[in-house]
Design a binder for this molecule. Structure first.
Ligand code: FAD
Ligand code: UDP
Length: 385
């Protein structure tokens, strides 16, 4: 029997931050067990066969309003400031997105002003005082035409259900602006780890004297071989409880990468607007065409200097026993089922459930880090008390 203080299930942001804090601050011995072949969870990045740094599980745009989270992570990385900009492609052309004054000008095919846009939106808006789903949250801000152009079909494709069956928070994530600010996100800190996420995770682990990592292992395989006083669980909460209340719904994805040499990129120069790139922005959304939702060319954001490039098409897939659970589905019926799992989780006093999967929350990386820091503080204070 190997003895540890903590068994940590999952080596994503949540598990790694817990390991670092418990080990460096409290000298606790931790074993991290990760079923994949690498650390980093869904935030993993790597160099592909073309030598291009790609985000392996979809684009990961780090952003935060929390100086605590940014200061904590800054111990392990320098940052490359990136004002994330994307485009939406529909009706045969690229549109400025998220909706802003430039989108409105494209629609009118002439210059306009914030005043005119606000006046027009006041006419277009469907008056709904308390939007209760993802359709209502958009039509109440911009009306039906813009909703149908950019949101309705993208959302159906991404989630496999209409926007009316998703919480308002899903489409409500996307800012709508009447000025010229065309950044995809609104948080005050928007930056990528300068040398990539994997380097950040390696540095974080290097700062942990008492941590062992086991890759390619489901935690259940080690339960009979290790002793520990507390578990940090960051996998799917329904899996932990053997799906005893039924399966929580998740949405999955399939990522289809394609690499291009400088030779193959020659034809794309007029579209991309510069040499060495395939498309004009780091992300192009396709609300109304194709089966994929978006094409990501992360080289625009990483700033990597290399002649080749790689794009990744993202195809939404149903969740289920054989699919990776990439997205919890924010909707009333899944929230009700999660609530029942949460009650089971709260009864497990020797297990902390944190992160996107264990709390069934559509959360961003900074929120996962904040959750881990808060849980560490709770455990520390409980130990000291
Ligand atoms: P994860 O990263 O999912 O890590 C959990 C780990 O647990 C995984 O490595 C998994 O293999 C492991 N595990 C699960 N079950 C077991 C088991 N039984 N045994 C052993 N190991 C197990 N966030 C942003 O801030 N910005 C973005 O732009 C962004 N884009 C995203 C795009 C996509 C397509 C997706 C899916 C997510 C995106 N996110 C983004 C969210 C981000 O990925 C999460 O916030 C973050 O990964 C949460 O970290 P975590 O450690 O909680 O979970
Ligand atoms: N969305 C949309 N059209 C777009 C972009 C987003 O309808 O062009 C909706 C869609 O429902 C999506 C949600 O807004 O799932 C959140 O988008 P985001 O890009 O934040 O999703 P993520 O990067 O988490 O997949």
């Amino acid at each position: 029997m190997e003895r540890y203080d903590y068994l940590i299930v999952g080596a994503g942001f949540s598990g790694l931050v817990m390991a670092e804090r418990l080990s460096s601050q409290l000298g606790q011995r931790c074993l991290i067990v990760e079923k994949r072949a690498h650390i980093g969870g869904n935030s993993h990045d790597e160099y592909d066969a073309a030598g291009v740094l790609i985000h392996s599980y979809g684009p990961h745009y780090f952003r935060s309003n929390s100086s605590k989270v940014v200061e904590y992570l800054s111990q392990f990385t320098e940052w490359r400031q990136v004002p994330y900009r994307i485009l939406s492609f529909t009706e045969g052309k690229y549109w400025s997105f998220p909706i802003n004054l430039q989108t409105f000008e494209q629609l009118l095919a002439r210059p306009s002003t914030t005043e005119e846009m606000e006046q027009t939106l006041r006419k277009w808006r469907v008056p709904i005082s308390n939007p209760s789903n993802s359709e209502e949250v958009i039509v109440s801000q911009v009306g039906r035409e813009l909703y149908e152009k950019f949101f309705r079909n993208y959302t159906r494709k991404q989630w496999g259900r209409p926007a009316t069956e998703l919480d308002a928070s899903v489409c409500g994530r996307i800012p709508i602006r009447t000025n010229r600010d065309d950044r995809y996100l609104s948080e005050k800190f928007q930056a990528l780890p300068a040398a990539g996420y994997h380097r950040l995770f390696q540095k974080l682990l290097a700062a942990t004297p008492n941590v062992s990592v086991m890759l390619r292992t489901n935690y259940r395989e080690v339960l009979s071989q290790v002793e520990f006083k507390h578990m940090i669980f960051t996998g799917p909460v329904d899996e932990f409880f053997d799906y005893r209340l039924g399966r929580l719904p998740y949405r999955s994805l399939s990522f289809q990468p394609e690499s291009f040499s400088p030779e193959a990129l020659k034809d794309r120069e007029s579209i991309a607007g510069k040499k060495g790139f395939w498309q004009p922005a780091m992300q192009v959304n396709y609300p109304n065409d194709f089966d994929f939702t978006r094409i990501v060319e992360i080289k625009h954001a990483t700033g990597q200097e290399t002649e080749n490039t790689t794009i990744v098409r993202e195809y939404p897939r149903p969740g289920g026993p054989d699919a990776e659970p990439y997205y919890p589905i924010p909707a009333p019926e899944s929230a009700a089922l999660y609530q029942r799992y949460r009650e089971l989780a709260e009864a497990e006093k020797k297990v902390s459930f944190i992160g996107r999967l264990a709390t069934y929350r559509y959360c961003n990386m900074d929120q996962a880090v904040a959750m881990a820091l808060a849980e560490f503080e709770r455990l520390r204070d409980a130990t000291v008390a």
